[in-house]
Design a protein around this ligand. Structure first.
Ligand code: ZN
Length: 201
């Protein structure tokens, strides 16, 4: 076994950093050393920010987003179109759509997708509350922005059936050629979906 090069406190820091996505043990060591060298300008404010986040972050009771206020910043923003609800599986998907700046709507976070193999059923997701929100008079469209995976599409079908009686248009994201994509490199499923869902030029 390799000899320890640092005390337990530093080893603990490295172990915790190594659990972050995208960081393995080597980059965690590099990050830990960087923090130690930048103790005042970086490590102290980072520690304070982590503590503040720990104390203030909650889950929005309306949409399921994470924020330091409840209802969240997105739900309380009066400039957002209240007639459109975008349904996503995870907060990361909300952040991705907001980063793209593609839509000025409100969101509903399911907390995952239906997955019989992993034992995830409708009761494990925020589906009841979605049906309630979709039935509100101001909501006219529900966009199912779910992954183009078997679980994502199973979930989309399930929700579409549940909302059949609600007075809303249910739409989903287009499948097809990515922006900047070359046809020759696409997988068969994507290419076939792109042909089926072609639009008038
Ligand atoms: Zn919210």
């Amino acid at each position: 076994m390799a000899k320890a090069v640092a005390g337990v406190e530093i080893e603990r820091l490295i172990q915790l950093l190594a659990r972050l996505p995208g960081l393995g043990p080597r980059s965690a060591r590099r990050a830990a050393l960087f923090l130690i060298k930048k103790r005042e300008p970086l490590m102290a404010p980072l520690a304070a920010a982590l503590q503040t986040a720990l104390d203030t972050i909650t889950v929005c009771r309306t949409c399921g987003n994470v924020d330091s206020q409840n209802p969240c910043t997105v739900c309380t923003d009066p400039r957002r179109d209240p007639s459109v609800l975008v349904v996503v599986a995870d907060v990361a998907d909300l952040w991705a759509l907001e980063r793209a700046g593609a839509i000025n709507a409100r969101y509903h976070i399911l907390g995952g997708t239906l997955s019989p193999l992993d034992g995830v059923g409708p009761d494990d997701l925020a589906i009841d509350t979605l049906v309630g929100r979709a039935s509100a008079p101001e909501v006219t469209e529900v966009i199912l922005a779910l992954n183009a995976t078997v679980d994502g599409q199973t979930t989309a079908h399930y929700i579409t059936e549940l909302l059949a009686d609600a007075d809303v248009k249910v739409t989903r994201l287009a499948h097809g050629v990515p922006v900047g994509g070359e046809l020759d490199y696409l997988d068969d499923g994507t290419l076939a979906a792109a042909i089926r869902q072609r639009t008038t030029f």
